[in-house]
Design a protein around this ligand. Structure first.
Ligand code: GAR
Length: 190
């Protein structure tokens, strides 16, 4: 059994898709959700979905308490599903090539500190991009710089608003993220 922990800061729609995807699996289990935002929608979602949700503060994140907990849960993979804090170096060291993030643009464009959620889609429209998409990538100590695992894209029309771009991106995230996680966690040879 592979144990996955999801980290989330927001509404948690991706977390829900991942949980649904692995529901009933005898090979992959979502053991916990870790959330840094006490008012995030993911907290109620987690309750509805029956997955334990641990809300943590910056201190326990920085001083290693959260990492120790996650390790004690026999976690194999950490999945960032809309998680907005930088991952500290001790996490990266403890889970080498075992932390995966989803970013709502085609990295290396529109990544880095402060580039998240609607800021990304606003920047894409302001730059007059003809396409956008999603990137699933390994996580290192820098925002959005780890190696790319998967990308998918869609056209941005001249009439598209940032909200339109966000909606198109979310469709791809929900369609692709769970499958890409499955292919990483359960490679065909295992
Ligand atoms: C997703 O679009 C994800 O790509 C983005 O946050 C959203 C979370 O939505 N992540 C980032 O911007 C990371 N830099 P959700 O809470 O509904 O899953």
């Amino acid at each position: 059994m592979k144990n996955l922990v999801l980290f989330a800061s927001g509404s948690g729609s991706n977390a829900e898709k991942i949980i649904e995807h692995f529901k009933g699996s005898d090979q992959v289990r979502i053991t916990h959700i870790y959330c840094n935002n006490p008012s995030a929608g993911i907290i109620q979602r987690a309750e509805r979905l029956g997955v334990p949700c641990r809300v943590f503060d910056r201190e326990s994140y920085k001083n290693g308490t959260v990492l120790k907990e996650v390790q004690s849960l026999r976690t194999d993979w950490i999945i960032l599903a809309g998680f907005l804090w930088l991952i500290p170096a001790d996490f990266v060291k403890a889970f080498p090539q075992r932390i995966v993030n989803i970013h709502p643009a085609l990295l290396p464009k529109f990544g880095g500190k402060g580039m998240y959620g609607h800021f990304v889609h606003e920047a894409v429209v302001a730059a007059g991009e003809k396409e956008s998409g999603i990137t699933i990538h390994y996580v290192n100590e820098h925002y959005d710089e780890g190696a790319t695992i998967f990308q998918s894209s869609f056209p941005v029309l001249p009439s598209d608003t940032p909200e339109d771009v966000a909606k198109k991106g979310q469709v791809l995230e929900h369609r692709d993220f769970p499958k890409v996680i499955e292919s990483l966690v359960l490679p065909a040879s295992s």
